[in-house]
Write a protein that binds this ligand. Structure first.
Ligand code: SF4
Length: 357
């Protein structure tokens, strides 16, 4: 069998959807320098290594979520002292989106702590999508599970991305969440993909899972019929009052390995260095960029947990020679039509896969 290094080289132009866990573990367990080198080579094939995409995340409805995700301060089941907020008014969302754009973000992500949206909420969030898009920003939402119809409605409103994380491996999942199944999550991802929206799906590491679970998470994501365009890798933020508050630290190098393996397995996806950045020093963030991370959340708060200040991000970018990626909004209608046609074709094939899995 080819060494992982050679294997990565052979497959550099070959987007795979048939990873086995052992193959993923082989990638994880290469010498650190070999793994980072391969990941950086792969990264350079598909992206400018000195550009990072900036997203701003706003909580549009906070707390009181009926789900039991053990890491989440927004679950109504845990006493974290979080102040609940109802769905924000449209003006507050527009204000925040304008500020995000002014500070250099290209994508505006809106998150609501729902199990799934009520149908009556869809027109309100559709209004938010239209207004934010009108500012020249890409839009993303994370609202919980979506039905086919809801996904279609959000796509019709112009939503570019929908975020729904798999969180962890299939096997470890039940240790973290019991109120919705892994298959529920896959179904939502299928509804999003079939609606023509781009998929943002990743997970959280440092929740007490083993390396085989981190490998399992990346295997599930990479073996989807279409890789998520955006793959957030979160480091657990331990919030007092949540069941995972006292979880032991994950080795930072293992976090970097997870980023690098994600880059190798999903070469064309944006890999986002997401939650947990507040606790990472600059050297670790620089290593994550070297490993192939090329997107960050750029705002002072991530839904409810702290994030590095925008200023310190810009200073770090300057020191590393990194510049924010610009969003190209202006596509011709012919380009848009061709893109939509291609997405719908792929969605048809994807639908067969999801039904079969
Ligand atoms: S992660 Fe989302 S679904 Fe889970 S408790 Fe938090 S807000 Fe609810």
């Amino acid at each position: 069998m080819a060494a992982p290094h050679a294997q990565a080289t052979q497959e550099e132009n070959n987007i795979r959807h048939n990873w086995t866990r052992n193959q993923v573990l082989e990638l994880f367990n290469q010498p650190f320098n070999d793994l980072l080198f391969d990941a950086q080579v792969m990264h350079r094939r598909h992206f400018n290594p000195n550009q990072v995409q900036l997203s701003t995340l706003l909580s549009i409805k906070t707390g009181a979520c009926p789900e039991d995700c053990k890491y989440c301060p927004q679950s109504a089941r845990y006493d974290t002292g979080l102040e609940k907020e109802k769905l924000l008014e449209i003006d507050a969302v527009i204000e925040a989106a304008k500020a995000a754009k002014a500070s250099g973000s290209s994508r505006f992500c809106m998150g609501a702590a729902w199990r799934s949206p009520h149908d009556r909420d869809i027109p309100k969030v559709a209004h938010m999508i239209r207004e934010v898009k009108a500012l020249g920003l890409e839009t993303c939402m994370t609202l919980g599970m979506l039905s086919e119809q809801q996904a279609d409605d959000l796509a019709a409103a112009g939503l570019d991305y929908y975020n729904h994380n798999l969180d962890t491996s299939k096997e470890f999942y039940g240790e973290v969440i019991t109120t919705r199944t892994y298959q529920d999550r896959l179904n939502t991802l299928a509804n999003v993909r079939n609606s023509g929206m781009k998929v943002c799906a990743g997970g959280i590491v440092g929740m007490g899972e083993e390396q085989k679970d981190r490998a399992g998470l990346l295997m599930e994501l990479a073996n989807l019929p279409h890789h998520p365009e955006s793959v957030p890798i979160n480091m657990l933020v331990k919030v007092a009052g949540t069941p995972l508050a006292d979880e032991k630290e994950l080795d930072p190098f293992e976090f970097i390995r997870t980023i690098a393996v994600a880059r190798l397995m999903m070469p064309k996806s944006y890999v986002r260095l997401s939650a947990g950045r507040e606790e990472m020093n600059e050297q670790m963030q620089a290593l994550a960029f070297m490993a192939g991370a090329n997107s960050i959340f750029y705002c002072d708060k991530l839904l409810t947990t702290p994030n590095p200040k925008a200023n310190s991000d810009m200073q770090l970018f300057q020191r590393l020679g990194i510049e924010p990626e610009q969003y190209q909004m202006e596509k011709t209608s012919a380009e848009q039509e061709a893109e939509l046609h291609q997405t719908l074709l792929e969605a048809k094939t994807d639908a067969q896969f999801y039904r079969a899995s």
